[in-house]
Design a protein around this ligand. Structure first.
Ligand code: BTN
Length: 262
């Protein structure tokens, strides 16, 4: 992977570190973010022992068979567009996988950022925000850590849950993790250059990939509340707009979506 940086020339990714094993690349970059500038950094782990997923879940990939990495992005003060960062990472992964032209089904994004092949999840994104005090106490700087996990060569017995899949399971073929990482990072670089000033264009791109829109959905919201309705759109904050049967529309910032059969 040391050659990875050569393939990222001209992009924002200025430092690429590869470690054989760590707990969580997100945790590592989050620690770094509290003391230093992590903008443009990439941390790849061949293996994670304590991978973190959304909603405080663990992200299990086994000893090998997955591409796991995190990137650092300076975002300044928290903005309402922050929610879009993790959505865009999902698009970058779906686009990069689609370009491999290995799949019968086009990879899609389930809101907010699960990447699906057909009905099954092949990749996930966890984005976290932290601030650090600048030198001399001259203010605070906001930085995001965006973590991406793609099940690449995992075999069926290595998949953590039945709803998961891998590139290998879907295609019977191996994919080069490093090439996929480069492709995702180049895609993400283009998107981040457009964020947040060209959010409308990015949102259109997301809508075209989002398999949740137009579907009847059940959402488990924080606090175990449930919402059933039709997913109609995503707003400027990246929230899913769900219209319930009674006609009222709710903007959902975080939650687990189930696509219901009509
Ligand atoms: C999810 O779908 O729940 C998000 C999974 C995110 C997993 C990636 S793997 C690289 C990075 N490091 C972590 O600990 N988590 C993210």
């Amino acid at each position: 992977m040391s050659g990875l940086i050569d393939h990222l020339a001209g992009t924002r990714w200025r430092q690429v570190d590869v470690v054989e094993s760590t707990g969580s690349t997100n945790a590592d970059l989050a620690v770094a973010a509290s003391i230093e500038d992590i903008d443009g950094r990439v941390l790849v782990a061949r293996h994670q022992t304590a991978g973190r997923g959304r909603h405080d879940r663990t992200w299990t990939t086994g000893p090998s068979g997955a591409l796991t990495f995190s990137v650092g992005v300076r975002v300044g003060a928290a903005t309402s567009a922050m929610g879009w960062l993790s959505l865009l990472a999902g698009v970058a992964v779906a686009d990069a996988l689609a370009r491999t032209t290995m799949f019968d089904a086009v990879p899609g994004v389930k809101w907010p950022n699960d990447v699906l092949i057909g009905e099954r999840k092949v990749a996930g994104v966890l984005s976290e925000y932290s601030t650090r005090v600048l030198a001399g106490g001259s203010g605070r700087d906001g930085q995001a850590v965006i973590g991406i996990g793609v099940n690449t060569s995992m075999t069926p017995d290595q998949l953590p849950v039945p709803e998961a899949t891998s590139v290998f399971v879907e295609t019977g073929r191996a994919i080069d993790d490093d090439e996929l990482a480069v492709d995702i990072l180049r895609e993400l670089d283009v998107e981040l250059a457009m964020w947040p000033s060209r959010l409308d264009e990015l949102a259109q791109e997301y809508r075209s990939k989002c398999v949740t829109l137009g579907q009847r959905v059940r959402l488990v919201l924080p606090g175990d509340n449930e919402l059933i309705g039709t997913a109609v759109d995503v707003d400027a904050q990246g929230r899913l707009l769900v219209t319930a049967d009674g006609g009222s529309t709710t903007a959902v910032a975080a939650g687990d979506v189930t696509h219901l059969r009509a």
